[in-house]
Design a protein around this ligand. Structure first.
Ligand code: AMP
Ligand code: TRP
Length: 337
């Protein structure tokens, strides 16, 4: 028996921000000690909305470099590019054929993204969660660490595995596909926008000031935090639904400073925004400094990155092919000689 497995990924659709880091990547790092991690850059997901080919290839490499810069150790984890492993597309097709259309039509993210595409919604956008299910199920993942917005997609992956594959095509004791569990952190699983405490921090928000990107220089971080939306109360607090900005900025501060919720609640209970904002900016700048330094080295000379991605691809492919063959055979597809 090997170690339990983790699978997760981020789309290379633009600069990664502290929401991606806090909600997802930061949970991957400690799991490396106890799990075999498969961490992919999901470029096939990134093309479900209109994209620029040159940007996509740059973002794919830079996302992989960010994984390493955030502390993913290629000796403990396999980092790879999703599209380089054909099994993802093939399992997606097999799962497509057993997934009811209405399961996909009710996905919240599909509905939200479809509105933005007006009359140009691709079949790929609808199929996005099935490809995500294929990503996860190919690696017999035990745990899938993601932000809160992926909860519904994870549930779909579990339902496809259990109700549409295992119960229909599985024989014997061992399930055909492992049914994965999500790992969604308690605090910081939904980091909100700096300019609106009610909406999620997102790569696609046209307002740059709404997010702190992992590669933002210190002056820009200062400027964005200075302009962040606040309220008129004195004294900062967590958990007051009428003060979403206070809750969000305190949460970011507690995670980035490593101080934890209780000490932050105490430190800031009588603080005004004018005192708090420079503290938050300092914590963000300090937390991102080592990531930015390591990223710069990796992207200036891509030799290490390409070795890591090749090794990751090779590791991942062996596992993915095995699972794919198991499913092909259970579905009655004739083996290749
Ligand atoms: P994406 O940028 O959509 O590919 O998301 C990559 C990962 O980051 C997923 O696990 C998301 O759930 C997570 N994520 C994205 N935005 C946020 C956010 N604002 N707060 C927390 N997690 C997030
Ligand atoms: N849909 C995820 C997101 O937008 C990205 C993703 C694709 C993913 N495949 C995955 C996350 C598999 C975890 C596991 O964030």
């Amino acid at each position: 028996m090997g170690r339990p497995r983790v699978l997760s990924g981020v789309q290379p659709t633009g600069a990664l921000h502290i929401g991606n880091w806090i909600g997802a990547i930061s949970s991957w790092v400690p799991l490396q000690e106890s799990h075999d991690n498969f961490l992919c850059v999901v470029d096939l997901h990134a093309i479900t909305v209109p994209h620029d080919p040159k940007q996509l290839s740059e973002n794919t490499l830079s996302t992989a470099a960010i994984y390493l810069a955030c502390g993913i150790d290629p000796k403990l984890s396999s980092i790879f590019i999703q599209s380089q492993i054909k099994a993802h597309s093939e399992l997606c097709w097999l799962l497509n054929c057993v997934t009811p259309l209405n399961w996909l039509e009710r996905m919240i993210q599909f509905k939200e993204k479809a509105v933005k595409q007006a009359d140009n919604v691709s079949v790929g956008l609808l199929d996005y969660p099935v490809l995500m299910a294929a990503d996860i199920l190919l690696y017999d993942a035990d745990l899938v660490p993601v932000g809160e917005d992926q909860k519904q997609h994870l549930e779909l992956a579990r339902n496809i595995a259990q109700q549409r594959i295992n119960s229909r095509f599985g024989k014997g004791q061992k399930p055909l596909l492992k049914v994965p569990k999500g790992l969604i952190r308690k605090e910081g699983a939904r980091v909100m926008s700096l300019t609106d405490g009610q909406s999620k921090m997102s790569k696609s928000d046209p307002n740059e000031g709404s997010r702190i990107n992992l590669l933002d220089p210190p002056e820009l971080i200062n400027k964005k935090i200075k302009r962040a939306k606040t309220d008129t109360h004195i004294g900062l607090e967590f958990g007051n639904i009428d003060r979403p900005e206070a809750d969000n900025l305190l949460t970011i501060y507690s995670v980035l400073s490593g101080m934890g919720r209780d000490s932050v609640a105490k430190e800031c209970s009588e603080m005004g925004w004018g005192t708090f904002k420079p503290l938050l900016a300092e914590a963000a700048i300090e937390a991102l400094k080592p990531i930015q330094k390591r990223y710069k080295d990796l992207i200036n000379d891509k030799t290490e990155l390409s070795i890591v991605l090749e090794q990751g691809r090779a590791n991942a492919e062996v596992v993915a092919e095995k699972t794919l063959n198991r499913v092909r055979s259970a579905l009655g597809l004739i083996e290749r000689n």
